[in-house]
Each structure stands twice: as structure tokens, then as C-alpha cells.
Design a protein. Structure first.
Length: 185
């Protein structure tokens, strides 16, 4: 089955049931929003999908690959967290290179994507900066670019516009997923 299939997902944190017996299917090419009150479990679902939060029960399968097959599954997901998580010893460009290697993106293709995305996010002058010297919004832009670099079937975004300026928010909300030849022209 193509898309994301979640069956019987339950999650406990400190012996407290956070998610109970969740089942859903996301079809390819769709945009789905998790909407609910603070503490409803939206971030927990995303963290469980990417493997940061351990599940108690359930199966998660993306395009026929089980979450249990960790590396092939992980290469099919990209994630923009609510709070940027950047390594303090790496520059913005080094973060992009790390993501490129992690997802086995061809070096020339990676540089093309970095040029395009850093231009759209207006951070071309920040590529050699370390996270500590960047504003929260600039760190969020770096994190967003990292997540947009790989061609993956599932992009998870937690609070997508948090910390982004109006121009970056507009770019992110208007970005569509064209075919590989069109995407970074």
C-alpha cells in the first residue's frame, strides 16, 4: 500500500497513555493537518512517526516500508520541528551538507538546491554562520531548508510558520511538489 499507514498506534509517556489505538491512512500527494488543543498529542504523533518517541503498540508503514526497517524508513521522511534543532559546531552550510550526505543527495544537486532554497529563504549571506549567531527565525529557516533538501514521500511539519518571517512563510505555504526536473529551476 502506498502512502502512510498507521495501525493500532498507542504511546505512553511516564506510564501515562498519550495516544490510544490510533489508525489512519494518508494517501500520497495529500496534505493533512493535525488540529487540536495544546497537549492533544499532535507533536507526539509526529515524533512517533519519525522514531523519536517509542510506541507501545502499533504498526507504521510508509510506501510499503515498515518503521521497524529503520534506515530505509527514515530516508522516506523529512521533519521540520517546532523548535529548530541545529548542532552548535556546524555552520548553516555544514548542516545542509550533513543532510545531503544523510539522504545520499548528489553533491551537484545538493548545491543547486541549497542555492535555490537559501535564496528563497533570504539567507544566502548566513551560510557560513554558526547557529548561536543566528536569530530564531534564521535558525528556523536553516532547519526548514534542511527538511526540504531530500526528495521524500512524507514531510512532517510541526508549527510550520513559528519564527519565520512573512516572506519565508509565504514561500513555504506556496511551495508545491513538482517533479524533480521542475522543482529547483
Amino acid at each position: 500500500m502506498q502512502g502512510l499507514l498507521v495501525e493500532g498506534l498507542s504511546v505512553e509517556i511516564n506510564r501515562e497513555q498519550i495516544l490510544h489505538d490510533m489508525t489512519f491512512h494518508l494517501k500520497p500527494g495529500t496534505i493533512t493537518a493535525l488540529v487540536g488543543h495544546n497537549g492533544a498529542g499532535k507533536s507526539t504523533i509526529m515524533k512517533t512517526l519519525i522514531g523519536l518517541q517509542e510506541k507501545k503498540t502499533g504498526n507504521i508503514v510508509l510506501n510499503g516500508v515498515s518503521q521497524e526497517d529503520f534506515l530505509p524508513y527514515k530516508k522516506r521522511i523529512s521533519y521540520i520541528p517546532e523548535e529548530p534543532f541545529l548542532l552548535p559546531e556546524l555552520t548553516a552550510m555544514q548542516h545542509f551538507q550533513l543532510y545531503g550526505r544523510s539522504y545520499q543527495i548528489d553533491e551537484q544537486e545538493l548545491m543547486h538546491k541549497v542555492d535555490y532554497l537559501s535564496g528563497k529563504m533570504e539567507i544566502t549571506d548566513k551560510l557560513d554562520e554558526f547557529p548561536e549567531s543566528l536569530s530564531k527565525g534564521m535558525r528556523q529557516k536553516v532547519q526548514t531548508i534542511c527538511a526540504l533538501l531530500p526528495e521524500v514521500p512524507l514531510l512532517l511539519i510541526d508549527e510550520p510558520f513559528m519564527g519565520l518571517d512573512i516572506y519565508a512563510s509565504e514561500f513555504l505555504s506556496e511551495a508545491k511538489k513538482p517533479n524533480k526536473e521542475q522543482r529547483y529551476c
